[in-house]
Structures are given as structure tokens and as C-alpha cells.
Write a protein that binds this ligand. Structure first.
Ligand code: KIV
Length: 272
């Protein structure tokens, strides 16, 4: 018996590198559940990040710190079930890799095995190099994350632009080179000056994906709910809102409530 599979070309880390090499920009967005991931994937996004921003967006926490490995796996497995084309990268949450490289490897293996994700992402530079190498030795692709690293918010105290000073900028470039040498397939740069991000994208060969890092990088990432205007309290300068779904959703639900109260719903066609 032959097995018929739809001929959909899946995005791989190798293809992301090819995109950088030929100057094609990479599009990346977050998703945390099946229904949204299906729409994001169908829209042609190259990479879906199951970000630990799920802690804010899905669970309503103030920071990304509380989300657990089990919760990340739950979100990621729902996303993976929906996706046919995009590369799915899963954040390793706070407290699941900082201890040592064995812990980092164990958490990554759980993510890959239990969610079916295609790669993991970790925050940090030189301090995570041993973990990156160890995870890679198990055949798991790793994305780095530098600049504003939300898991360290209590160390920095603010969400302001990072690496504006020379010393921090040089350290960031150094960290990016270390992550490349360790074998990371890509790096996210969050909220840093555009000219610094440009330097990083020029000085390292792997794809650099920016969020609040200007246009001179190899691709862009945003949080889905921010782009769609579902979360409206958060509106940093780097965010472009492509829709105001908050209004569309509340108006639609408001109409439903009105119809129920007025016994307008259900009508004759909507009953058995
Ligand atoms: O968790 C997340 O959504 C992220 C992006 C902001 C890059 O790490």
C-alpha cells in the first residue's frame, strides 16, 4: 500500500542559511496554539517560534519566568500538530537550562521528543556555550538570543534598549561570534541599536533575526498577538500593528451577547 503525502516543502535550518546567503529576508512569528499556528503557517511564515512569551500572552504573567517546561511542551505540541511548512523553534524556559549543560540537554530532549518541535532557543552568550555544544551533540539545532533577554529582567531591571554603550556592544558582538562558533544555526537580537545589529549580521555568517533591531538583519520576528492588535497594552516603538483584532473580537462578541439577550439567536435556521 502506498502512502500519499502532500508535497509541501518544509523549511529547514539549512534553507534559512541559504536565504541569508542569497539575501532573502526570513519571516518569523510566535504561535502558541493549534488554531493560530494553522493560520500563521498557511500565511507563509518561514519560522514559528513557540516563545516563552506564552507566559505573558497566554497565561497573563508579568514576565516570562513562571512558564514551566511542561507548559512549553504543551504549547509546542499543539503548534507542531498544526504546522505543515514552517520550521518550529521552541524556547527552553527559565530554570530549565541555566543549571548546567546536562540539564540543558535533558530539557531539549524532552522538548524534541514530547512536542515534535524542530529546534530549541536559549538566551545568553558565552555562559551557554557548553550547553549549546552538548545539545548540538545530540543532533538538536539551537538558536541563540542576545540583547534584551527577558529571562534576565530582574538582573537588568528594565526593558529598555540594550548595548547602547561601547563596552556592552563589543560584548554582544563577541557573544554572537561565540554562539556561531559553538554551532548555533541562528541568533535572535532583541531591542538593540540598528547599526549594532547590522554589524553583527555582517560579522557572523549565520542568520540574524531581529526584534526591535532595525532592518539591516537577515529576518524579523514579532509576537503574533502584538502584530494582530490582540494585546494592546504593549506598544513599543519597534512594533507595527497589522490589525486591530481587539476591536473586531469585542464587537463580534458584543453582538452575540446582544442577540442572546434579545432572543435573536438562535433563529429558525439555527435550530433542529
Ligand atoms: O518569547 C518570545 O516571544 C521571544 C521573541 C520575542 C523573540 O523570544
Amino acid at each position: 500500500m502506498s502512502v500519499h503525502k502532500k508535497a509541501i516543502k518544509k523549511i529547514t535550518t539549512h534553507q534559512l542559511q541559504e536565504m541569508k546567503n542569497r539575501g532573502e529576508k526570513i519571516s518569523m512569528l510566535t504561535a502558541y496554539d493549534f488554531s493560530m499556528a494553522k493560520l500563521v503557517d498557511a500565511s507563509g511564515v518561514d519560522v514559528i517560534l513557540v516563545g516563552d512569551s506564552a507566559s505573558n500572552v497566554m497565561a497573563g504573567h508579568e514576565t516570562t519566568l513562571p512558564i514551566t517546561l511542561d507548559q512549553m511542551i504543551y504549547h509546542a505540541s499543539a503548534v507542531v500538530r498544526a504546522v505543515e511548512r514552517a520550521l518550529v523553534i521552541v524556547d527552553i524556559p527559565f530554570g530549565s537550562y541555566q543549571g548546567n549543560s546536562s540539564e540543558a540537554l535533558r530539557s531539549s530532549i524532552r522538548i524534541m521528543k514530547e512536542s515534535g518541535g524542530h529546534a530549541v532557543k536559549m538566551e545568553g552568550g558565552a555562559e551557554i556555550q557548553e550547553s549549546v555544544k552538548r545539545i548540538l551533540s545530540a543532533g538538536i539545532p539551537v538558536m541563540g538570543h542576545l540583547g534584551l533577554t527577558p529571562q534576565s529582567i530582574y538582573k537588568f531591571g528594565t526593558y529598555t534598549v540594550r548595548a547602547k554603550e561601547e563596552e556592552e556592544a563589543e560584548k554582544l558582538i563577541e557573544d554572537a561570534k561565540i554562539l556561531e562558533e559553538c554551532g548555533c544555526f541562528s541568533i535572535v537580537l532583541e531591542k538593540i541599536p540598528a547599526q549594532l545589529a547590522k554589524r553583527v549580521a555582517e560579522e557572523v555568517n549565520i542568520p540574524i533575526i531581529g526584534i526591535g533591531a532595525g532592518p539591516y538583519v537577515d529576518g524579523q520576528v514579532l509576537v503574533l498577538h502584538d502584530l494582530l492588535g490582540i494585546t494592546t497594552e504593549f506598544k513599543p516603538r519597534f512594533l507595527r500593528q497589522y490589525a486591530r483584532l481587539d476591536t473586531i473580537i469585542t464587537e463580534a462578541i458584543g453582538k452575540y451577547v446582544g442577540d442572546v439577550k434579545n432572543v435573536d439567536f438562535p433563529n429558525e435556521d439555527e435550530m433542529y
